[in-house]
Design a protein around this ligand. Structure first.
Ligand code: ADP
Ligand code: ASP
Ligand code: MG
Length: 438
C-alpha cells in the first residue's frame, strides 16, 4: 500500500485536481490519497473564525459567501456533466450553509476546529466526486472516524490503527481510498486538528497504521532543498536524506514537511518520498534510514524563538542546578530547543512562549534572568565529525558578518545550530549558501 499526500497547491484549483487524479491513476496497486484543503482555504477559515470570535458575524458571513462563490467556480470548472455540476453545488452548499450557521450564535474554540475542518472535508469530497465522474472507483474515508489525538495531543496509534484497519476491511474490494489530512478528533471525540501544515503528519500516521510501503508527499517543489527557497536563490533539491536529517530540517523550519511528520515514519522504517506535482518527473527526495554523503547537506531556519539566560554565580558549585532549571520548563510543558552553558550561566531557547511569564518567575530565585525575543535558529544539517574536518570553521567563516547569540555543536553528528537575531536570518542563510558553491 502506498500513501500519496497532496498539499494545498496541488489541489488548489480544478485544473490541479484533475492533474492529481491523473497522477493517482498512473500508480498501480492499493493507495490511500490524503488531501489538504485547497490552497488558501484554511487561511480563509482561520480569518472567518477570528471574526466569529470577535462577534463580527456580518463580516464573517460576507467572507463565507465570498469563499462559497470561489468554490462554485472551481466546481463548474472541475465537472463536465450537468448532473455532477449539480451534485458539486449541493455539496459545496452543504458545507457553506453549515459554516453560515455559526454566524447565528456565540462561538467557541471547539466550533473553531469544526470550521477549520471544512477545508479538507470539501477538497476530499469534491475530489472523490470527480473520480466518480471520470469512472474511477474510489472510496471516501472520513479521517474523523479513525484519526485521533490523546490527552497529551499525541497521536493515539492504537485507535488509529484499529479504526483505519476496520474501515479498510469493510471496503476490501476497493483499491483507491481518499481521506482528509490535518483533521482528527481529540480524546473527547470533538473535532480537532494536527496543527497548521498537519496533512503531512496525517499521511505518515496513516502510513504507520497500514504499514505502508512508502509515504509520498506531493507538493509544489521538487523535494527538500538545501536551503530555504523562499529566501535564498539557487537552492537545489537533495536526492537522499536520512530520517534524522529530514526530521531535523523539518523541525528547524523547512516548511515543506510538518515538524512531526518524520518521526512516526522513522520508527516504523517507512520511506518518505517528496515529489512535485508541478514537475512529477523530477526525482524529488527520498528519506530512509540510510545515511549517505558527507559534509553539509542543508540549512534551515526557524523563527519565533525566545532565548532565556539564567546567570548564577553559584552555578559552578551547585550540582543539581540544571535539573532545577529543566524542571521549571517541564512544569509548564515547554520544550527546550537549544542549550549552552558556561561556568556562570545557562542559556536555553524555547519557541512556545505561552508560559514565559510563569517560567521567568520560577527561574528568578536561581539567578538573574534575561530574555531575548525575536530570535531565529539556523540549523546546518549534514554528516559531520566523522570525516569532514573544518565544517564548523567553514560555517563560522561564512557567517563572519553575522552576530551569533548561541552555538550548539556536537549534540549529534549531523547538526550545528546557531541562534541569531531574526533580522539577521536572511543574511545568514544567504551567506551560508556559499558552502554549497563548489
Ligand atoms: P503543501 O501545501 O504542499 O503542504 P507547503 O507550502 O507546506 O506545501 O510546503 C512547500 C513549500 O515549502 C515550498 O513551496 C517552499 O517554498 C517551502 N520550503 C521551505 N523550506 C524548504 C526547503 N528546504 N525545501 C523545499 N521547500 C521548502
Ligand atoms: N490545510 C491545513 C493548513 O493549511 C493543513 C495542511 O495543508 O497541511 O495548515
Ligand atoms: Mg505543508
Amino acid at each position: 500500500m502506498i500513501i500519496m499526500k497532496f498539499g494545498g497547491t496541488s489541489v488548489g484549483s480544478a485544473h490541479r485536481m484533475k492533474k492529481v487524479a491523473e497522477l493517482v491513476q498512473e500508480i498501480p496497486g492499493k493507495k490511500i490519497i490524503v488531501l489538504s484543503a485547497m490552497a488558501g482555504t484554511t487561511n480563509s477559515l482561520v480569518e472567518i473564525a477570528n471574526y466569529l470570535f470577535k462577534k463580527n458575524n456580518s463580516i464573517a458571513a460576507e467572507l463565507i459567501e465570498g469563499l462559497r462563490i470561489k468554490y462554485y467556480k472551481e466546481g463548474e470548472a472541475l465537472f463536465a456533466m450537468e448532473v455532477f455540476k449539480t451534485k458539486a453545488k449541493e455539496l459545496i452548499d452543504s458545507h457553506f450553509d453549515y459554516l453560515l450557521s455559526f454566524t447565528q450564535d456565540s462561538f467557541t474554540i471547539h466550533e473553531e476546529k469544526a470550521v477549520l475542518a471544512q477545508g479538507e472535508l470539501l477538497s476530499t469530497a469534491l475530489f472523490q466526486l470527480y473520480l466518480e465522474e471520470i469512472g474511477q472507483e474510489s472510496k471516501l474515508l472520513s479521517a474523523l472516524q479513525f484519526m485521533r489525538i490523546d490527552k497529551d495531543l499525541e497521536p493515539d496509534y492504537f485507535y488509529i490503527k484499529e479504526n483505519l484497519s476496520r474501515l479498510l476491511n469493510e471496503n476490501s474490494t476497493s483499491e483507491l481510498f481518499v481521506t482528509q489530512g490535518f483533521i482528527c478528533r481529540n480524546r473527547y471525540g470533538e473535532i480537532d486538528n494536527l496543527k497548521r501544515g498537519g496533512s503531512d503528519y496525517s499521511a505518515s500516521l496513516i502510513g504507520v497504521a497500514v504499514e505502508a510501503d512508502e509515504v509520498q508527499i506531493w507538493t509544489d517543489i521538487d523535494g527538500m532543498h538545501n536551503n530555504d527557497p523562499r529566501i535564498v536563490e539557487n537552492t537545489s533539491p537533495i536526492r537522499y536524506l536520512s530520517f534524522d536529517e529530514a526530521a531535523e530540517l523539518a523541525y528547524f523550519g523547512a516548511k515543506v514537511l510538518h515538524p512531526s511528520s518524520i518521526l512516526p515514519a522513522k520508527n516504523a522504517n517507512i520511506p518518505v518520498r517528496l515529489k512535485s506535482t508541478l514537475s512529477p518527473d523530477s526525482e524529488g527526495t527520498l528519506i530512509t534510514s540510510k545515511v549517505s554523503g558527507s559534509g553539509i547537506k542543508a540549512i534551515a531556519a526557524k523563527d519565533g524563538i525566545c532565548a532565556i539566560k539564567i546567570k548564577s554565580g553559584r552555578m559552578l558549585l551547585a550540582y543539581g542546578f540544571l535539573r532545577k532549571v529543566f524542571e521549571i520548563f517541564e512544569l509548564y510543558k515547554t520544550s527546550i530547543d537549544m542549550i549552552t552553558t558556561s561556568e556562570v550561566a545557562v542559556s536555553v531557547t524555547i519557541d512556545d512562549t505561552t508560559y514565559l511569564e510563569q517560567i521567568i518567575k520560577n527561574l528568578e530565585p536561581y539567578g538573574k534572568v534575561e530574555v531575548d525575543q525575536n530570535q531565529s535558529i539556523i540549523c546546518v544539517v549534514g554528516d559531520f565529525v566523522k570525516k569532514d574536518k573544518g565544517v564548523a570553521l567553514n560555517v563560522f567563516k561564512a557567517l563572519k558578518e553575522v552576530p551569533i547569540r548561541m552555538i550548539s555543536y556536537g549534540g549529534s553528528n549531523h547538526n550545528i545550530s546557531l541562534l541569531v537575531n531574526t533580522e539577521d536570518k536572511k543574511a545568514a542563510l544567504i551567506q551560508l549558501n556559499q558552502l554549497f558553491e563548489k
